[in-house]
Design a protein around this ligand. Sequence first.
Ligand code: NAD
Ligand code: MG
Length: 397
Amino acid sequence: MKGVTILGATGTIGTNTLDVIARQRDKFFVVALTAHSQVERLAEQCEQHHPRFAVLHDPRAAEQLQRRLHTTCPDTRVLSGEAGLCQVAADPACDYVMAAIVGAVGLKPTLAAVRAGKRILLANKEALVMSGEVFMRELREHGAQLLPIDSEHNAIFQCMPADYSGADAAGIRRILLTASGGPFRALPLEHLMLVTPEQAIAHPNWTMGKKISVDSATMMNKGLEVIEACWLFDLKPNQIEVVVHPQSIIHSMVEYLDGSIIAQLGQPDMRTPIAHALAWPARMASGVKPLNLFDITKLEFLRPDLQRYPCLQLAHEAIERGGTATAVLNAANEIAVQAFLDRKIAFTSIAVTVEHVLAKMPIAAATTLEVIGNADQHARCCAQEFIQSQARRAGVL
Ligand code: NAD
Ligand code: MG
């Protein structure tokens, strides 16, 4: 039996993880469930899975949860704040940690799990994008194991040799990272300015949290994934080619020197990579319905249009610059996406904001968490100021 802690249990990935675990009760038990402030949702999950710990980031919400669980889950200890998140990520009863908090706030709890030598199931790509060098160094130092949950990276992992130790040694020519192209792939470019948050989060193939759905529409998600793949598989950005594949059936491919391309196919359902990483190196059922090849009428592959997806270019530039540039890119994007969701800026202003912040901020070597944290905070302030100055200008005009 393996003990599992789920950071971000109430989100899309967290919920899918609990669905897989509920089908495999003889293999896994839940050590801790955590969320930001969703009392009801987390209480229901606790009542179903009876974890040892439940954590809400928000202390007042944690008090409510404590009262709510008093009679139904008397053995569940309720904790709060970042300290609570880090504590349960490193708890000795837990073997595996699903890192599924969205955004930079997931970095510290995920690193706590790394430092405790856990198997990390990494969905929270922003953590790796911000801190790649430090994250990978800590992983090695503490003997932690990293398994990718992002469907593309999980696919790449599955298409690589089990003893992978670098692209050259494995005879890999390049990685073909697939992207759906999001909901606006075919929208006339001049309409992009006017799209609403509701349209942006209505992804054609995947059901996901709001932030990653907007990132998929701008393709910043793919940019973050290029950076993620560089760190996970020790690759240079030019070894990764982004391929728009609107059907989301092939989840990514690895091209070898002999001309072979190995692909992983499956339903667009995150329970497949989640079950893969939980069971690895074995396999187990995930609840995903089998893919019927006879239902697939076509598989298309297109080059990404950088005019439509400027965020992809910005992410490429950030990884090429290295250091804190990727933390700055991520922080500016988080602020801009939230401003778009709050209807403060247009969809197309997300890329404009990120570009502005990247041009303004000094870039340093990202060798300590302190440097990364400072870059993240300054980039957030710079993005907020830019958004406010744009709003003021629009008000004057
Ligand atoms: P989501 O918005 O559905 O859920 C986010 C979770 O994080 C929630 O449980 C929320 O309570 C928690 N959270 C948010 N802010 C927090 C804070 N300040 N402190 C503590 N907890 C906080 O997001 P999601 O779609 O499940 O995505 C989670 C992560 O997985 C993201 O990094 C995303 O990029 C990545 N990912 C998601 C998918 C997908 O299909 N949804 C696929 C690949 C990667
Ligand atoms: Mg992905």
